[in-house]
Design a protein around this ligand. Structure first.
Ligand SMILES: *Cc1c(COP(=O)(O)O)cnc(C)c1O
Length: 400
C-alpha cells in the first residue's frame, strides 16, 4: 500500500529498508552519495568523529571501504585509500609527503612516463624539484640521495618499465631513510602477489588498480597503501579535499577482480616464464628482459625479493636488428595477443615503448637507457601457453 502519492513514491519508495537479518555475502554497490540516520544526534556524533559512520560519498562509502580493507591487507599496510586512477593515487601519495617549494623528489630514471610528468608539470610550478637516479645502482643511488638539498621523497618502481630491472627495496629504503626521505614504491608492475614493498622497508605503496588488481581491462582506479596508521588520517583528508574518489561501481569491479588475483597471477607468471624461456631461444630475438631468467642481471635479487617463486607477468624483448617498421609488422601480425596501451590483464598484451612511454625521449636517450628501437613490452595473460607461443611464432615468422 502506497504511503504517499505516486509522484512521491517514485522518488522515495523502497529506500532505507533494514538489510539485516540476511546480510548480502558480498558488499553491494552502495550508489548513495549521502547517508541518513534515524537520530540527528547520531549523525552529529559521526560528523564530530566520536562515532564511526558514513555521511557523504567523498568522505567514505561502504563499497570503497570493503575494497580498501582487502587492499590494505594484501600489501600488509595499516590502511589503504582508493582513488579514481593510478595517477590520482600517485598525486595523493606525493601530497601525503607534504612537499613544499624547494623540496626535491628523487625519482627512479625508469618510471611510468606520467609520473615524471606529474612531478614536472604539476609539482614543478609549485617549486618542487625532480632529481633522477638509477635505483638499481646502489653507489649511484647513494650519491644522488646525499646530494644537497637532500631529497624529501624517493619514488621508484621496484620492477622497472620497460626493462624489468629489479630494485632492491630493502636497500633502497634503508639508504633513503638514512637521509630522511620518505619511500614511495609504485608496485603496479609486480602486484602484491609478487612483491610486498612495505614489508621490505617502503613507507607508502601505490598501485594503478587499472592493471593487475582489476585484471580485466574494464576499469580505471588506483590505491595508496600506508605502513603507518598515523599517515592514514592525512591520506583520507587528501582524498576528501582533492576529491579524486573512486566510483562505487568501479570499486565493485576492482574488488571482483581482486578475488581472482592469486589465480590469475599464478597462471600469468607461469606463462610469462615459459614465454621468456622460449623467446630467449629464438634466433630472431636479441634480448629478453625478464627477472625469472637466470641471465637477468638481478635474477638472484629477484629470487629472494619476489614472493612465491614467481617473477611477474611482464617482460620486454628486442627483435634482432629491429626498428619501428619491423616491430609494427610483428605487432600487426599478432592474432591473439593484443597491441594496447595497458598491462596486467587476463589478455596477453603488447606495447611498443618508443611509441608510448618513452616517446618524448630522443633515440639516443633511449639507446643510452638500453631501450632499443626493436623493443617490445609483453604482458602475459591467462590464455593457454601453447596458443600464446604459437601466436608469437607466427608473428616472428612474418618479420623474418
Ligand atoms: C598505469 C600506470 C600508472 C598510472 O595509472 P592510471 O590508472 O593509468 O592512472 C602509474 N604507474 C604505473 C607503473 C603504471 O603502469
Amino acid at each position: 500500500m502506497a504511503a504517499y502519492s505516486f509522484d512521491t513514491e517514485v522518488v522515495h519508495g523502497g529506500e532505507g529498508l533494514p538489510v539485516s537479518p540476511g546480510l548480502p555475502s558480498l558488499t553491494p554497490i552502495y550508489a548513495s552519495s549521502t547517508y541518513r540516520y534515524s537520530q540527528m544526534s547520531e549523525m552529529d556524533a559521526v560528523f564530530g568523529g566520536e562515532q564511526q559512520g558514513y555521511v557523504y560519498q567523498r568522505y567514505g562509502n561502504p563499497t570503497l571501504t570493503a575494497l580498501e580493507v582487502v587492499l590494505a591487507r594484501l600489501d600488509n599496510g595499516s590502511d589503504a585509500v582508493v582513488f579514481s586512477s593510478g595517477m590520482a593515487a600517485l598525486h595523493a601519495a606525493l601530497l601525503l609527503c607534504e612537499l613544499q617549494a624547494g623540496d626535491t623528489v628523487l625519482l627512479a630514471r625508469s618510471t611510468y612516463g606520467a609520473t615524471l610528468g606529474l612531478l614536472n608539470q604539476i609539482f614543478g610550478p609549485l617549486g618542487v624539484v625532480v632529481r633522477l637516479a638509477d635505483f638499481s645502482d646502489h653507489a649511484a643511488l647513494e650519491a644522488a640521495l646525499q646530494q644537497q638539498p637532500l631529497p624529501r621523497v624517493a619514488l621508484f618502481e621496484p620492477l622497472s618499465n620497460p626493462l624489468l630491472q629489479v630494485a632492491d627495496v630493502y636497500t633502497v629504503s634503508k639508504l633513503a631513510h638514512s637521509v630522511g626521505a620518505t619511500v614511495i614504491a609504485d608496485n603496479t608492475f609486480a602486484s602484491p602477489y609478487v612483491l610486498q614493498p612495505l614489508d621490505l622497508g617502503a613507507d607508502i605503496v601505490v598501485h594503478s588498480a587499472t592493471k593487475f588488481l582489476s585484471g580485466h581491462g574494464d576499469v580505471t582506479g588506483g590505491v595508496v597503501v600506508v605502513k603507518d596508521a598515523e599517515r592514514a588520517t592525512a591520506l583520507r583528508t587528501i582524498s576528501k579535499l582533492v576529491g579524486a574518489i573512486l566510483s562505487p561501481f568501479d570499486a565493485h569491479l576492482i574488488h571482483r577482480g581482486v578475488k581472482t588475483l592469486a589465480l590469475r597471477m599464478e597462471r600469468q607468471c607461469q606463462n610469462a616464464l615459459a614465454v621468456a624461456r622460449w623467446l630467449s631461444q629464438q634466433p630472431a630475438i636479441a634480448v629478453v628482459n625478464y627477472p625469472g631468467l637466470a641471465g637477468h642481471p638481478q635474477h638472484a635479487l629477484a629470487s629472494v625479493q619476489l614472493c612465491r617463486g614467481q617473477f611477474g607477468a611482464i617482460m620486454s624483448f628486442e627483435v634482432k636488428g629491429g626498428d619501428k617498421a619491423a616491430v609494427f609488422r610483428f605487432m600487426d601480425a599478432l592474432k591473439l595477443i593484443i597491441p594496447v596501451t595497458t598491462l596486467g590483464d587476463v589478455y596477453s598484451e603488447v606495447l611498443y615503448p618508443p611509441m608510448s612511454s618513452h616517446r618524448d625521449w630522443s633515440p639516443k636517450q633511449r639507446q643510452q637507457a638500453g631501450i632499443g628501437e626493436g623493443l617490445v613490452r609483453l604482458s602475459v595473460g591467462i590464455e593457454h601457453i601453447d596458443d600464446i607461443l604459437a601466436d608469437l611464432k607466427q608473428a616472428l615468422a612474418a618479420i623474418g
